[in-house]
Design a protein around this ligand. Structure first.
Ligand code: PMT
Length: 406
């Protein structure tokens, strides 16, 4: 049977906390959506709800101890790890987060989680103090950076009597997120993708800089879509005012020179590089040490020097097997300029946007682009930046497939 047609399987990891009883409802909600659910519990979870409850609801044996005789003659934790289309841990304690973050495998649940290649999603629930603890927050960041999907806990009155963050998110929300994750294509799994986004700021003096209108929306949409399609994503970001997508490594930069250094340091390890940032082409020759004063009506001449071209620099060092994508933000002759940049910067694909068109380019939620490769041109209609991102990723995968076939 093809993977697309078979019944999807969620392995539901249940760890010890008062919210364990809510996992029964999550299981039922997933089953209602036609999903087969297998449950793995920690020993502590079984103190709150008996495995028999989950066994009865799921119709499958519940795995608890690695050393119990397996219900089937497969090695049980490996069998479950392989069976999972999604590994969902709900509720997830601070303890399991720490184990996952550090690769500890000392019981059935942590061993299965370490072995699985399926996307992992966790819904933490714990006391507010434990959630806020820097150790838990550090573990959270580690897991996010590795692509674990986090369903952040809600804020409210907790079973321990405290109020604050730490309450398991609503079971309906958790089940919905799981369903969405199962429906998402995972066609970028195993690929390392680096995306650049946002503007640069080139200082003139301690309080002023040269910049542009890039909001980061286009690059962020690409980073998020690639992450959701299973890629391991590094997002190099200029100063922007939008929230970072979950599960991607964030590397901030301010100037074009900083972007160049960040990009060069990481480029070799990437399979795909997508440069949606708008780096400044020029910077001040000298940054004034003090705030530049008015010149008494005489006007002011700034001397600028050209910045290096990040895309062209990476293009020169491109190794075989890498796919490089650039953008071209144009105000006239968009296609001709983009074609020139495609070749000059040694790109495989360039995404041209005429930024003068309403609904296209800087600081809007939509874009109108033409994708240009060495052999074809594809003009897209007005789309949301999220949809443009999907189309660019589709094209990248098509190019990589084509190259494999050559
Ligand atoms: O951020 P948003 O508000 O969502 O807006 C999106 C966008 C308009 C910024 C985006 O769609 C876009 O077009 N990004 C590229 C902007 C740009 O710098 O275009 P360019 O034609 O000047 O540069 C061509 C390519 O070279 C780009 O991939 C750019 O990242 C890169 N470049 C440019 C200059 C430079 N010094 N180094 C570079 O690497």
């Amino acid at each position: 049977m093809s993977t697309e047609n078979r019944t999807k399987c969620v392995v539901l990891g249940v760890t010890g906390g008062i919210a364990v009883y809510k996992a029964c409802e999550i299981l039922r909600l997933l089953q209602k959506r036609g999903i087969d659910v297998f449950v793995v519990m920690t020993k502590n979870a079984t103190r709150f709800v008996s495995p028999l409850t989950f066994e009865t609801l799921s119709g499958h044996p519940v795995a608890v101890d690695t050393f119990e005789r397996p219900a089937t003659w497969e090695v049980e934790h490996i069998a479950l790890a392989k069976r999972a289309d999604l590994f969902l841990i709900a509720p997830a304690t601070a303890n399991i987060m720490a184990k996952l973050a550090n690769g500890i495998a000392d019981d059935m649940l942590s061993t299965t989680a370490l072995a699985t290649r399926a996307p992992v999603m966790i819904a933490p629930a714990m006391n507010t103090g434990m959630w806020d603890n820097p150790a838990t927050q550090q573990n959270l960041r580690t897991l996010e950076a590795r692509g674990v999907q986090i369903i952040a806990p809600a804020t409210g009155h907790l079973a321990c009597g405290d109020s604050g963050a730490g309450k398991l998110e609503a079971v309906e929300t958790i089940a919905e997120r799981a369903v969405q994750a199962l429906e998402r294509r995972q066609d970028m799994r195993g690929l390392r993708v680096m995306v650049t986004a946002g503007p640069t700021r080139e200082a003139l003096d301690p309080v002023r800089y040269l910049s542009n209108r890039s909001s980061g929306k286009m690059g962020y949409a690409i980073a998020q879509a690639a992450r959701e399609r299973g890629a391991q994503v590094t997002l190099l970001t200029g100063p922007v005012a939008i929230p970072a997508p979950q599960g991607v490594e964030i590397v901030p930069f301010t100037t074009t020179m900083e972007l160049l250094e960040c990009a060069k340091a990481r480029a070799d390890g990437q399979d795909v590089i997508i440069q949606a940032a708008a780096p400044a082409d020029y910077r001040a020759r000298e940054i004034a040490a003090q705030k530049i004063k008015k010149q008494g009506g005489a006007g002011l001449t700034l001397e600028l020097v050209e910045n290096p071209d990040v895309a062209a620099t990476l293009g020169e060092r491109k190794r075989s097997g890498q796919t490089f994508v650039g953008f071209a933000a144009e105000t006239q002759d968009a296609i001709a300029h983009a074609e020139d940049k495609l070749v000059r910067k040694n790109l495989d694909l360039i995404v041209a946007n005429d930024v003068t068109r309403p609904g296209a380019g800087f600081d809007v939620d939509t874009n109108i682009v033409t994708m240009i490769t060495r052999s074809a041109q594809m003009q897209l209609p007005l789309l949301s930046k999220a949809d443009v991102a999907e189309r660019i990723l589709d094209q990248i995968l098509a190019l990589r497939e084509q190259r494999r076939g050559d």
